[in-house]
Ligand binder design. Structure first.
Ligand code: ADP
Ligand code: G6P
Length: 483
């Protein structure tokens, strides 16, 4: 029987070694949380990195690790510390991530990073070749593995390969600055189908293919040798039911059953009626615009001082890529900003910002989503932003205001949200005021449309559509080769 091989840098769980034992925690990020709902472990095998380096893994634990992963339908590609440094912290997160998010000033073009990236992509390709059968469908994910499709296709020309990019594909003018631009495009073109979150990313990619490789492109088909590669956009959805049902269950919990965080949020509401909580949740990443958001909040409080003591901003930031210098600097910048603003503006009864720097279990994310009146998400660039969708899915009574950056892929599908430019403080201050004042009926009318769309176009439908276009593409291609 054919199965789907999912392949991404991160597995859905991250392993940790402590006191000689092993533990697993769920991976954070849109790719992992989204694909987790699609991977059932029976008809799919997920290949990826466990988060441990070979040096950190005692040999005696390897069989137990492999067994624990196999029970979840996963298999690991093990990486040395040197490989993690060059491939993950290096080329993936000091070259591609900043470049594709338009942070040219943070982008490092370093030959040794590129070489390790190529070497590690080959490791992933070899793992696929070793673990896949002739009828399997191979689905490669994200910017860490852009060379894998070609590496697999070279050894197994009959393989069915899909690739999905979870981050933006930048405009040609940005992409062309990369020294290894042709190799990256050729790597991707080993796929039969290449998917993006939005039509804009798709257009940028096609334009780069046309201009850098001079290939024939008709609409969204690329002609290469005797192959046709399809390019299309598939905006990723969420597991709507899981979020919505968790929120319904949360509403029904009473007294002691409620989590400590939920009790704290309940106490806040009871002690300060008429005040509102604003929520932001992100990985601690410069692309998310967290520092700008905090500055914009200060601007708002100074422009509209009558909202002091009426609004509180809750920032939940999950630690991310902390070995990369830009992330360390950002952590410091945010710590200082929060400290300064709280120091300057707090009153005896009120602290403007509650800041949590940690990962939170699913139940606590639900507590926050359901308790906050406003979600304020201000990425400077974001492939999709699933947090915006998760917030809306948990609003069981349909109230709540979503303020969303127009630079997020999800903004294309969420027109009923209040869309803002994260660089425009004036507009954001006015939008926060508008969100505070928005009548419940208007909130409900907006969220009704959003919820319907999210429920219909959920992550399962997203995956099914991608798979069905991939299968069709492959069979059309085979027919053309035969005739
Ligand atoms: P990205 O993929 O860039 O991190 P997304 O918004 O698409 O951004 O996805 C982030 C995912 O990570 C969401 O599913 C969200 O629920 C989860 N997440 C974000 N912050 C935390 C946190 N502090 N604790 C646990 N999960 C988090
Ligand atoms: C984004 C990327 C994913 C990545 C995630 C978390 O969602 O698209 O590929 O896994 O961020 O980042 P990390 O570096 O921790 O894997």
């Amino acid at each position: 029987m054919s199965k789907t091989i999912i392949i991404s840098n991160r597995l859905p769980v991250q392993l940790q070694i402590s006191d000689g034992g092993m533990s697993a925690i769920p991976s954070v990020g849109g790719l992992a949380t989204g694909m987790k709902s699609v991977h059932d472990g029976k008809n799919s095998l997920w290949i990826g990195w466990s988060g441990l380096t070979e040096e950190d893994t005692p040999e005696s634990l390897v069989p137990a690790i492999d067994k624990a992963l196999a029970e979840q339908g996963c298999a690991q590609v093990s990486l040395t510390k040197e490989e993690v440094d060059g491939f993950y912290f290096g080329f993936s997160n000091r070259t591609i991530w900043p470049l594709f998010h338009y942070f040219l000033e943070y982008t490092e073009f370093e030959l040794s990073f590129w070489e390790t990236y190529r070497q590690v992509n080959q490791k992933f390709a070899d793992a696929i070749l070793a673990q896949s059968g002739p009828d399997d469908i191979i689905w490669v994910h994200d910017y860490q593995l852009m060379l894998v499709p070609q590496m697999v296709k070279e050894k197994n020309p009959g393989a069915t390969i899909g690739f999905f990019l979870h981050i933006p594909f930048p405009s040609y003018e940005i992409f062309r600055t990369m020294p290894w631009r042709e190799e990256v495009l050729q790597g991707l073109l080993g796929s039969d189908l290449i998917g993006f979150h939005t039509y804009d990313y798709e257009r940028h990619f096609l334009s780069s293919v046309r201009r850098l490789l001079s290939l024939d492109v008709h609409f969204n088909d690329i002609y290469l040798d005797n192959r046709i590669i399809k390019v299309d956009s598939f905006p990723m959805g969420i597991d709507y039911k899981r979020f919505h049902e968790a929120a319904v269950a949360n509403d029904q919990l009473k007294g002691k059953e409620r989590s400590d965080l939920q009790k704290k949020l309940d106490d806040h509401k009871a002690s300060a009626p008429g005040t509102k909580l604003i929520l932001s949740i992100d990985r601690l990443d410069y692309s998310k615009g967290i520092a700008k958001r905090i500055n914009a909040f200060e601007y708002f409080l100074r422009k509209y001082p009558e909202y002091k003591e009426k609004m509180r901003l809750i920032i939940l930031a999950v630690p991310s890529r902390s070995n990369v210098p830009q992330y360390m600097l950002l952590k410091k910048e945010i710590d200082e900003l929060v400290g300064r603003i709280n120091g300057e503006l707090s009153t005896v009864n009120w602290t403007p910002i509650w800041y949590f720097y940690r990962s939170m279990p699913f139940e606590n994310l639900i507590d926050l989503y359901t308790s906050c009146d406003i979600a304020w998400l201000t990425p400077l660039r974001d492939g999709m932003n699933l947090v915006a969708k998760e917030y809306i899915a948990t609003r069981t009574d349909k109230t709540g205001v979503l303020i969303l950056s127009e630079m997020a892929g999800s903004a294309y599908e969420m027109n009923e949200a209040l869309l803002i430019n994260p660089n425009n403080f004036e507009q954001q201050a006015d939008t926060l005021k508008r969100a505070f004042e928005m009548p419940k009926e208007e909130q409900m009318a907006r969220n009704m449309f959003l919820q319907k769309r999210l429920e219909r176009y959920n992550v399962e439908v997203w995956a099914q559509e991608f798979m069905s276009v991939l299968k069709n593409q492959k069979s059309e291609e085979q027919e053309q080769v035969v005739t």
